[in-house]
Design a protein around this ligand. Sequence first.
Ligand code: SF4
Length: 223
Amino acid sequence: MVLKPYSFSKLSTYKSCPRKFYYSYIIKAPKEEKDMTALLKGRAVHSILEVFPKKSSHKLADKYQIEVDKFINSDLGKTYLLPNRISEYRFGIDSNLEPCSYNDKSCLFRGIIDCIVIIDNRLYLVDYKTGKLKEPRWQEYDQLMFYSIYFFQKYNKIEHIDISYLYVEHDSENKITLERKYLDRYVSDLTKIINELEFDSSFDKNKTKLCDWCEYKEYCDLN
Ligand code: SF4
Protein backbone atom coordinates (compact mmCIF):
# COMPACT_ATOMS: atom_id res chain seq x y z
CA MET A 1 0.00 0.00 0.00
CA VAL A 2 1.63 3.23 -1.16
CA LEU A 3 0.26 6.19 0.78
CA LYS A 4 3.20 8.54 0.41
CA PRO A 5 3.64 11.34 -0.37
CA TYR A 6 1.16 12.74 2.11
CA SER A 7 -0.77 15.88 1.39
CA PHE A 8 -2.56 18.04 3.92
CA SER A 9 -5.82 16.84 2.45
CA LYS A 10 -4.92 13.18 3.12
CA LEU A 11 -3.79 13.92 6.67
CA SER A 12 -6.82 16.03 7.53
CA THR A 13 -9.13 13.32 6.17
CA TYR A 14 -7.38 10.83 8.47
CA LYS A 15 -7.57 13.20 11.41
CA SER A 16 -11.28 13.84 10.90
CA CYS A 17 -12.12 10.14 10.53
CA PRO A 18 -9.68 7.24 9.98
CA ARG A 19 -12.44 5.17 8.34
CA LYS A 20 -13.10 7.92 5.83
CA PHE A 21 -9.39 7.89 4.99
CA TYR A 22 -9.62 4.12 4.51
CA TYR A 23 -12.53 4.47 2.08
CA SER A 24 -10.99 7.36 0.21
CA TYR A 25 -7.30 6.48 -0.08
CA ILE A 26 -6.92 2.77 0.65
CA ILE A 27 -9.81 1.01 -1.04
CA LYS A 28 -10.71 4.07 -3.16
CA ALA A 29 -14.44 3.46 -2.76
CA PRO A 30 -16.75 5.35 -5.12
CA LYS A 31 -18.03 8.56 -3.51
CA GLU A 32 -21.62 9.64 -3.22
CA GLU A 33 -22.30 12.42 -5.75
CA LYS A 34 -22.21 15.83 -4.11
CA ASP A 35 -23.24 19.30 -5.17
CA MET A 36 -20.06 20.54 -6.91
CA THR A 37 -21.02 24.24 -7.04
CA ALA A 38 -18.81 25.34 -4.15
CA LEU A 39 -15.85 23.28 -5.40
CA LEU A 40 -16.11 24.67 -8.93
CA LYS A 41 -16.43 28.21 -7.63
CA GLY A 42 -13.34 27.71 -5.47
CA ARG A 43 -11.34 26.48 -8.46
CA ALA A 44 -12.45 29.40 -10.63
CA VAL A 45 -11.59 31.97 -7.92
CA HIS A 46 -8.19 30.36 -7.34
CA SER A 47 -7.50 30.43 -11.06
CA ILE A 48 -8.37 34.15 -11.35
CA LEU A 49 -6.12 35.04 -8.42
CA GLU A 50 -3.33 32.75 -9.58
CA VAL A 51 -2.83 34.48 -12.91
CA PHE A 52 -3.83 38.05 -11.91
CA PRO A 53 -3.23 40.59 -13.52
CA LYS A 54 -3.53 38.31 -16.55
CA LYS A 55 -6.93 36.96 -17.46
CA SER A 56 -7.83 33.48 -16.32
CA SER A 57 -8.84 30.97 -18.96
CA HIS A 58 -10.91 28.98 -16.47
CA LYS A 59 -14.29 28.19 -17.98
CA LEU A 60 -16.12 29.77 -15.01
CA ALA A 61 -13.82 32.79 -14.65
CA ASP A 62 -16.30 35.24 -16.19
CA LYS A 63 -19.01 34.16 -13.77
CA TYR A 64 -16.92 35.03 -10.70
CA GLN A 65 -14.67 37.81 -12.06
CA ILE A 66 -16.73 40.71 -10.63
CA GLU A 67 -16.78 39.14 -7.18
CA VAL A 68 -13.02 38.53 -7.24
CA ASP A 69 -12.36 42.04 -8.63
CA LYS A 70 -13.88 43.48 -5.44
CA PHE A 71 -11.24 41.61 -3.48
CA ILE A 72 -8.45 42.50 -5.91
CA ASN A 73 -9.27 46.20 -5.41
CA SER A 74 -9.62 45.94 -1.64
CA ASP A 75 -6.88 46.83 0.85
CA LEU A 76 -6.19 43.14 1.45
CA GLY A 77 -6.03 42.41 -2.26
CA LYS A 78 -3.58 45.26 -2.75
CA THR A 79 -1.51 44.02 0.20
CA TYR A 80 -1.02 40.48 -1.04
CA LEU A 81 -1.44 40.48 -4.82
CA LEU A 82 1.95 42.04 -5.41
CA PRO A 83 3.97 41.62 -8.61
CA ASN A 84 6.70 39.78 -6.67
CA ARG A 85 4.35 37.05 -5.38
CA ILE A 86 4.69 33.44 -6.47
CA SER A 87 1.45 31.59 -7.12
CA GLU A 88 0.89 27.85 -6.79
CA TYR A 89 4.28 27.22 -5.20
CA ARG A 90 5.03 23.48 -5.14
CA PHE A 91 7.29 21.98 -2.50
CA GLY A 92 8.14 18.73 -0.76
CA ILE A 93 9.64 17.53 2.52
CA ASP A 94 11.50 14.20 2.64
CA SER A 95 11.55 11.66 5.47
CA ASN A 96 14.47 13.49 7.10
CA LEU A 97 12.26 16.58 6.99
CA GLU A 98 14.65 18.17 4.52
CA PRO A 99 13.25 20.25 1.66
CA CYS A 100 12.86 18.40 -1.62
CA SER A 101 11.03 18.97 -4.88
CA TYR A 102 7.33 18.27 -5.20
CA ASN A 103 7.92 15.26 -7.46
CA ASP A 104 10.94 13.86 -5.64
CA LYS A 105 10.67 10.11 -5.06
CA SER A 106 11.79 10.58 -1.45
CA CYS A 107 8.97 13.02 -0.73
CA LEU A 108 7.15 12.32 2.55
CA PHE A 109 4.85 15.35 2.60
CA ARG A 110 4.14 17.86 -0.12
CA GLY A 111 1.84 20.70 -0.99
CA ILE A 112 0.98 23.59 -3.27
CA ILE A 113 0.78 27.04 -1.69
CA ASP A 114 -1.70 29.45 -3.26
CA CYS A 115 0.58 32.46 -2.84
CA ILE A 116 3.92 33.25 -1.25
CA VAL A 117 5.04 36.84 -1.03
CA ILE A 118 7.65 38.96 0.70
CA ILE A 119 6.26 42.09 2.36
CA ASP A 120 8.62 44.40 4.28
CA ASN A 121 11.24 41.65 4.41
CA ARG A 122 8.81 39.15 5.91
CA LEU A 123 7.68 35.94 4.27
CA TYR A 124 3.94 35.38 3.97
CA LEU A 125 2.28 32.08 3.06
CA VAL A 126 -1.28 32.60 1.87
CA ASP A 127 -4.18 30.25 1.32
CA TYR A 128 -7.21 31.58 -0.58
CA LYS A 129 -10.56 30.57 0.85
CA THR A 130 -14.03 30.74 -0.63
CA GLY A 131 -17.24 30.13 1.27
CA LYS A 132 -18.12 30.90 4.84
CA LEU A 133 -15.82 33.14 6.83
CA LYS A 134 -14.43 31.38 9.89
CA GLU A 135 -14.37 33.24 13.15
CA PRO A 136 -10.73 33.62 14.19
CA ARG A 137 -11.24 31.36 17.22
CA TRP A 138 -12.34 28.47 14.94
CA GLN A 139 -9.63 28.91 12.34
CA GLU A 140 -7.27 25.94 12.09
CA TYR A 141 -3.75 26.81 11.01
CA ASP A 142 -2.28 23.30 10.59
CA GLN A 143 -2.05 23.35 6.81
CA LEU A 144 0.12 26.45 6.46
CA MET A 145 1.94 25.56 9.67
CA PHE A 146 3.01 22.24 8.13
CA TYR A 147 3.97 24.06 4.92
CA SER A 148 6.13 26.47 6.92
CA ILE A 149 8.45 23.58 7.89
CA TYR A 150 9.81 23.56 4.34
CA PHE A 151 10.72 27.26 4.49
CA PHE A 152 12.18 27.18 7.99
CA GLN A 153 14.35 24.22 6.93
CA LYS A 154 15.36 25.70 3.60
CA TYR A 155 16.16 29.23 4.78
CA ASN A 156 18.11 29.19 8.03
CA LYS A 157 17.89 32.91 8.53
CA ILE A 158 14.11 33.10 8.56
CA GLU A 159 12.92 33.56 12.13
CA HIS A 160 9.26 34.36 11.44
CA ILE A 161 6.72 33.34 8.84
CA ASP A 162 3.31 34.98 8.61
CA ILE A 163 0.52 32.70 7.49
CA SER A 164 -2.83 33.96 6.28
CA TYR A 165 -6.13 32.38 5.28
CA LEU A 166 -7.66 34.96 2.96
CA TYR A 167 -11.44 34.83 2.67
CA VAL A 168 -11.83 36.29 -0.78
CA GLU A 169 -15.59 37.00 -0.82
CA HIS A 170 -15.44 38.54 2.66
CA ASP A 171 -12.35 40.68 2.16
CA SER A 172 -11.11 39.29 5.43
CA GLU A 173 -8.22 37.20 6.75
CA ASN A 174 -7.26 35.07 9.70
CA LYS A 175 -3.57 35.41 10.24
CA ILE A 176 -0.89 34.37 12.72
CA THR A 177 2.88 34.54 12.91
CA LEU A 178 4.93 31.36 13.24
CA GLU A 179 8.30 31.43 14.93
CA ARG A 180 11.39 29.31 14.36
CA LYS A 181 11.67 28.67 18.08
CA TYR A 182 8.51 26.53 17.79
CA LEU A 183 9.66 24.61 14.72
CA ASP A 184 10.09 21.39 16.73
CA ARG A 185 6.45 21.60 17.68
CA TYR A 186 5.31 22.10 14.08
CA VAL A 187 7.42 19.11 13.03
CA SER A 188 6.16 16.99 15.89
CA ASP A 189 2.50 17.77 15.03
CA LEU A 190 3.14 16.69 11.44
CA THR A 191 5.08 13.51 12.24
CA LYS A 192 2.63 12.49 14.98
CA ILE A 193 -0.28 12.29 12.58
CA ILE A 194 1.80 10.53 9.89
CA ASN A 195 3.00 7.96 12.44
CA GLU A 196 -0.52 7.37 13.74
CA LEU A 197 -1.72 6.82 10.21
CA GLU A 198 1.13 4.48 9.24
CA PHE A 199 0.69 2.28 12.32
CA ASP A 200 -3.09 2.18 12.14
CA SER A 201 -4.58 -1.17 11.17
CA SER A 202 -8.21 -0.70 12.17
CA PHE A 203 -9.08 2.73 10.73
CA ASP A 204 -11.88 3.23 13.21
CA LYS A 205 -14.97 5.27 12.52
CA ASN A 206 -15.23 8.68 14.09
CA LYS A 207 -18.95 9.19 14.34
CA THR A 208 -19.88 12.84 14.64
CA LYS A 209 -22.59 15.11 13.30
CA LEU A 210 -20.32 15.59 10.25
CA CYS A 211 -21.23 12.04 9.16
CA ASP A 212 -24.41 13.53 7.67
CA TRP A 213 -22.24 15.25 5.02
CA CYS A 214 -19.77 12.39 4.49
CA GLU A 215 -19.50 11.07 0.92
CA TYR A 216 -18.96 7.55 2.29
CA LYS A 217 -21.79 7.34 4.80
CA GLU A 218 -23.59 4.69 2.75
CA TYR A 219 -20.77 2.27 3.65
CA CYS A 220 -20.94 2.99 7.36
CA ASP A 221 -23.22 1.39 9.90
CA LEU A 222 -23.78 4.46 12.03
CA ASN A 223 -26.11 2.87 14.58
S1 SF4 B 1 -19.90 8.35 7.77
FE1 SF4 B 1 -18.84 9.14 9.59
S2 SF4 B 1 -17.80 7.37 10.47
FE2 SF4 B 1 -18.37 6.82 8.37
S3 SF4 B 1 -16.57 7.31 7.16
FE3 SF4 B 1 -17.90 9.08 7.09
S4 SF4 B 1 -17.20 10.42 8.74
FE4 SF4 B 1 -16.36 8.38 9.11
